[in-house]
Design a protein around this ligand. Structure first.
Ligand code: RIB
Length: 291
């Protein structure tokens, strides 16, 4: 099974703040760093660090060469990353002392996918291969349709949650990986059990992983529901924790592991990631997760 991740590439500008900036407030920050990011890039790096072979497709501007180089160095196949005339996508990220973040996104090159490009990329993949998507590039609904037509397995992380998700035919998704906020956006429910029930009522063939941060998560796969826990750690930056989980979890599934085993490893990897600053740079290698 080949794994294709069609996803965003961002330059993350990260500000350490005392509290998230309020309307009308000007706040001096305690620190500033620039990191490679984007949910797509982060998840490709997580897959690669977990030990999977992954092809990344997407677009970066000329200012994003370094991000493509970095993915290549991490072992990601970047032959389907095209150069856009637009600037690379970017994120302004505030991180507070508890490690929580608030993110402001600018699409840039991530908003320039065209149908011809999608079909050109998908032509390299076959029935049974896995397509991973997030909600941070344009034409996600079209990608779901095209991959479904080919008989690819589709994993979708509907993040960030916005009205665009409504245009996606989720009945064609085999694995949905989401957090509580995204779950509420999709179902209108707040309670994890209710979110899961609603999703399964609407999409009975779907496998769902609902992550709950430090509380771990719940998963429904192949007729079985189970909870998993997250190791207790002191979080300093939660940015990219969900991406780390997604990459590690799907690597496990692609290798034929049970959902329980894949979720346990993924929760461990995400717990390590939150103890470090940045998104993709915080993702652990498989050797660190195994100790
Ligand atoms: O999931 C974390 C990512 O969200 C960051 O890297 C940032 O780029 C935003 O896309």
């Amino acid at each position: 099974m080949k794994i294709l991740n069609f996803g965003s590439i961002n330059i993350d500008k990260v500000y350490q703040v005392d509290h998230f900036v309020m309307p009308g407030e000007t706040q001096s920050c305690q620190g500033f760093q620039v990191f490679p990011g984007g949910k797509g890039l982060n998840q490709s790096i997580a897959l690669a660090r977990a030990g999977a072979k992954v092809w990344h497709a997407g677009k970066a501007g000329r200012d994003g060469d370094w991000l493509v180089r970095l993915m290549k160095e991490a072992g990601v196949d970047t032959r389907f990353v095209a150069v856009s005339e637009q600037e690379t996508g970017s994120a302004v990220i505030q991180v507070d002392p508890s490690g929580q973040n608030g993110i402001l996104l600018h699409d840039g090159a991530n908003g320039t996918m065209e149908e011809a490009f999608i079909h050109e990329v998908l032509a390299f993949f076959d029935k049974g291969d896995l397509l991973l998507l997030q909600n941070e590039i344009n034409k996600v609904p079209e990608m779901i349709e095209a991959a479904w037509e080919k008989g690819m397995t589709i994993a979708f992380n509907p993040s960030p949650a916005n009205e665009g998700i409504g245009k996606c035919d989720l009945s064609k998704v085999t694995w949905l990986l989401l957090n509580e906020t995204e779950g509420e956006q999709l179902t209108g429910e707040k309670e994890p059990e209710e979110i899961l029930s609603q999703l399964l009522f609407q999409y009975p063939r779907m496998n769902v992983v609902l992550t709950l941060g430090e509380k771990g998560g719940i998963c429904y796969s192949e007729g079985r529901k189970f909870s998993f826990s997250a190791p207790k750690v002191k979080a300093i930056d939660t940015t990219g924790a969900g991406d780390t989980f997604t990459g590690y979890f799907l690597k496990g599934i692609a290798m034929g592991e049970t959902a329980q085993a894949a979720a346990a490893t993924a929760a461990k990897a995400a717990a390590i990631a939150v103890t470090r600053e940045g998104a993709s740079v915080s993702i652990p290698f498989y050797s660190e997760v195994q100790v």
